[in-house]
Every structure is written in structure tokens, then in C-alpha cells.
Design a protein around this ligand. Sequence first.
Ligand SMILES: Nc1ncnc2c1ncn2[C@@H]1O[C@H](COP(=O)(O)OP(=O)(O)O)[C@@H](O)[C@H]1O
Ligand SMILES: Nc1ccn([C@@H]2O[C@H](COP(=O)(O)O)[C@@H](O)[C@H]2O)c(=O)n1
Length: 501
Amino acid sequence: MTTSRKISTAARSSEIWSISTDMDSDPEETDNTPLDQSFGKKKKRTIYTAGRPPWYDSEGQGKEAFVIGLAGGSASGKTTVAKKIIESLNVDWVGLLSMDSFYKVLTPEQHEAAARNAYDFDHPDAFDFELMATTLRNLKNGKRVDVPVYDFATHSRAKYSRTMYGANVILFEGILSLVNKELRELMDLRIFVDTDSDIRLARRLRRDIAERGRDLKGVLKQYNTYVKPAFQQYIEPSLQYAHIVVPRGGENTVAIQLIVQHVKDRLHQRGFDVRSKLLSEQASVDHDSLKILPETKQVCGMHTIIRNKDSNRDDFVFMTNRLACLVIEYSLSFLPFEDYTIDTPQGVPYNGKKFTGKLCGVTILRAGEVLEPALMSVCKDVTIGKILIQTNDQTENPELHFLRLPGDISSSHVILMDATVATGAAAIMAIRVLLDHDVPQERILFVSIIASKLGIQNVAYAFPQIKIITTALDPTVNDSYHILPGVGNYGDRYFGTGSSD
Ligand SMILES: Nc1ncnc2c1ncn2[C@@H]1O[C@H](COP(=O)(O)OP(=O)(O)O)[C@@H](O)[C@H]1O
Ligand SMILES: Nc1ccn([C@@H]2O[C@H](COP(=O)(O)O)[C@@H](O)[C@H]2O)c(=O)n1
């Protein structure tokens, strides 16, 4: 199991990470880089192995992940086959989970036995199947999970775990992955990697000595005492539960391509294109949740300047900042305030109001940053989280690329900020992320400068209990998902990058 170890080192520095691979490279040479370091590597294709699905349906519900289980003897090539499937699938948001993560924590006596190659790591009792099933079920349902990180050299779990998010496809590999009924039932496709025992032993010897800190004598002892008997007693019989058997593992490109085609077909049946689905859906929702800043002449005057294609950047930024302050102040008025009476210097009581909850901001990068200074100027010590959602050039679907949220977000009210809301797809994804971090809908205030009617409909339909606050509601979006009349590319005009459109 090579991948999970490489991934785990990345997991320490980033909650979300990717495997970047050269299209033609040997999967064993896969370079696993934390996502933020992989930006700009033009020649590499990024396969997301931990992350939120790129889309939800118009009701904000994530679709179930397609789960592929891969079983087979130790060193049969399960990981290699899994990685080849990921590469050929070329689908964003694929998760790879290994049974190894669920080895039970050893007692000191068991540790001592393991050091003598006298502990049975191949028996079902060595694994925490309950945690395994819960984790896989949560991932299948698109939920965030914390996965233990296993170190073969020390036979122990690392102090840190890695966070995985639901995905379109989850590959789950492990020697006993088809042995357990509960796990099997979570799998949409079950694969058995069938490699000759001599080859498995040869590979295991090489790998365990090179990578797992073992010696020749120890590997042979463990193999003969535990690995081989467990293969005969548990693993080989589980072949009967496989839908597909892959003889020879990773080198069997024909079998892998057949599997890939099958998975692609099944994914296609589940539907992929959320943007166009959102665009075409005219859900009728009442707008109780929508709060538009009253359109005074001043507000209209500011819009006249930011919408004017000939306005210079200084004026654009100045008017945006003014609008941002107004809309942020306006949005704060929807927080729950309590009655609060104070004494004035004259000794006369004043019946006032006080916000007693906690508040934090979350910016949808990059355009959401135009609202950040306004929030920080009115809420002194507010903490701000960031979510980077970008549109995939090929699929035109939004993808979650970076996430850093305040630690106490689940107990806070959250001002979620984006400059514009076009189809609502990015907002829906950002709100799902907040919900997955246990922020209730009622505590989310989604604030923007300009929103399209369609975007508001989509967001409000998906999340009827959140408040959506904006300064103007525009009638429509064009085929490129730009709001009409809108302002063009908000981020570019505000930050002075690119050319506005
Ligand atoms: N087709 C192959 N040819 C040569 N070596 C291979 C091949 N497939 C896998 N290996 C090597 O065998 C070892 C075990 O492979 P891996 O895919 O991690 O198996 P598993 O996940 O079943 O334990 C790794 O060191 C890997 O590099
Ligand atoms: N501390 C451990 C834990 C497990 N093993 C062996 O790993 C094998 C499973 O991993 P694969 O990547 O080969 O599927 C299993 O056969 C265990 O014997 C170990 O040696 N030490």
C-alpha cells in the first residue's frame, strides 16, 4: 500500500491534497504534493484524492459516491490497480482509502510480538471493522471523515489523522475488504486482484525490506506463519464476492480499461453537469430568505459607477468598498440580538440590544475578498476563513481547491462572502462545506454585492433556512455564467488583474 503513506505526509500540511501525475508515468513514480504546492505545475494533471464532490444537485444534496472495493493478497497490486483506475478515469474528486488505516492500536505486548514478526496482521481481528464501515459509509454519503494514518515501520497509528471528504468515486483497497458483509454492501463494484503467490512473495520481500523496515528472515517468517495461511483461509475465498477478477494486477491494462469504462458509464447515469442543470432549472421558491439592501438613490448611484465599463479602477474599488460596508452592516442586523439595558452617564437607563453570539467570516476566494475589509472594519476581532472554489475549464463545474476554516466555526454565526452569485453553484458548494463542518443553516448569512435571480433561486431552494443578503438582484445570467447586466469579472476589476469582460 504505497499511496496512503505518501498522501499522509502531505496531510500534515493541508487538509486537502492531490496526487499530481504525469499522464504517462509509472504509477509508482506518482508525486504526491500538497495541493497548494501543486499550483502552476502545468504539465501535470491533478487528480483529487480528498475533497468534496464538485457538485450537488439542485436541492443541495450530494450524490452518493461510487464505491469500488479492491481485494487480493498482500502485494498482489491492489494499490497499483487502484491508482491506474484513478488515472484512467480522469474524474475529479476521487478518494483512495486503505484498510491499513484501520489496523487496531497494539498493546505493549502485541508491539513486542510484532517486532519479532510474531503478530498476526492478516487475521480479521487485527482490524477495526466497525470504524472501517462507518468511515466508508460516511464517505459514500459525501461526509467528511478523519482517517487514521498507519505506519508499517512502527506498527502504529500516527498522532495526526488525515481528513477526507466525500468524492465522486471512492476506491477502498485491502486484503480483507471483501470478507466483511457490511463493507461489501457499501460497494458498487467489487474487484479481486489475482496475482500468482510466488510473484506476491517476491514483491512483498522487496517492498517490506525497502519500505517497511523489515529483514529477509522476518518477512519470510511472517509470510509463512500468518500471511499465507490468512490468504488461504480468508482472502482467496472472498473472490466469490468479486464482480470482476483482475489477473496479474496493474499490468492487466485490458481489465483496467474495462473497469474504467464501466465506472464511467455508471457515473454518467448518475449525471454530472450541475451548472447546466442549475441553469435550466427554474425552481420556484419564495424569497423569505432573500434580503436586498434598500435601493436608495445613493445605492443606485454606486451601482451606476461599478457597472459602468468605463469606470476606472479607483472609482470601482471606492464604490465597492462603500457598498460592502453598507451590505455588511445590513447583514449584521439579521443576527439575533438580545435586549440589553445600560445606564447612560445621566443615570437614565437605555433599553438597547446586544449581540451575544460568536461571529466569524468565510470568504469565497477570490472575489469574496472584496467584502472582507468591510467585515473587519465593523467587527473588530472577527476571524476569517477561506474557501477557494474554481471552475474546471473542461467540465465547467465548480471545484473546491482550498479550505481553511476558523476552529470554532460550528458554534459561530457565519458571514459567508462572495462578490457575485451567478448560477449559485459555487455558493451551494461553499454552504455544503459549512454544513459539513456542523454550521447549522440558520446561522449562515450569505452576503454578496450582486446576485442573479437564478442564483438566488438555486441557493434558496437548496438551503431555505439561510439568509441571503445582497445589494442588487439582476435578472439573468448568460451562457458563460456571467450575471446580466452585472459588472463583468468582479475580481479582475477590483484587484486590477486580467481584462474585465
Ligand atoms: N506489475 C508490477 N510489476 C512490478 N512490481 C509491481 C507491479 N505491481 C505492483 N508492484 C510492486 O509490488 C509492491 C506491491 O504493490 P501494491 O500495488 O502496493 O500491492 P498491494 O496494494 O496489493 O499490497 C509495490 O512495491 C509495487 O511497486
Ligand atoms: N504493522 C503491519 C501491518 C500490516 N502488515 C502486513 O501488511 C499486509 C497488508 O498490506 P498490503 O499493502 O500488502 O495489502 C498484511 O499482509 C500484513 O501482513 C505488516 O507487515 N505490518
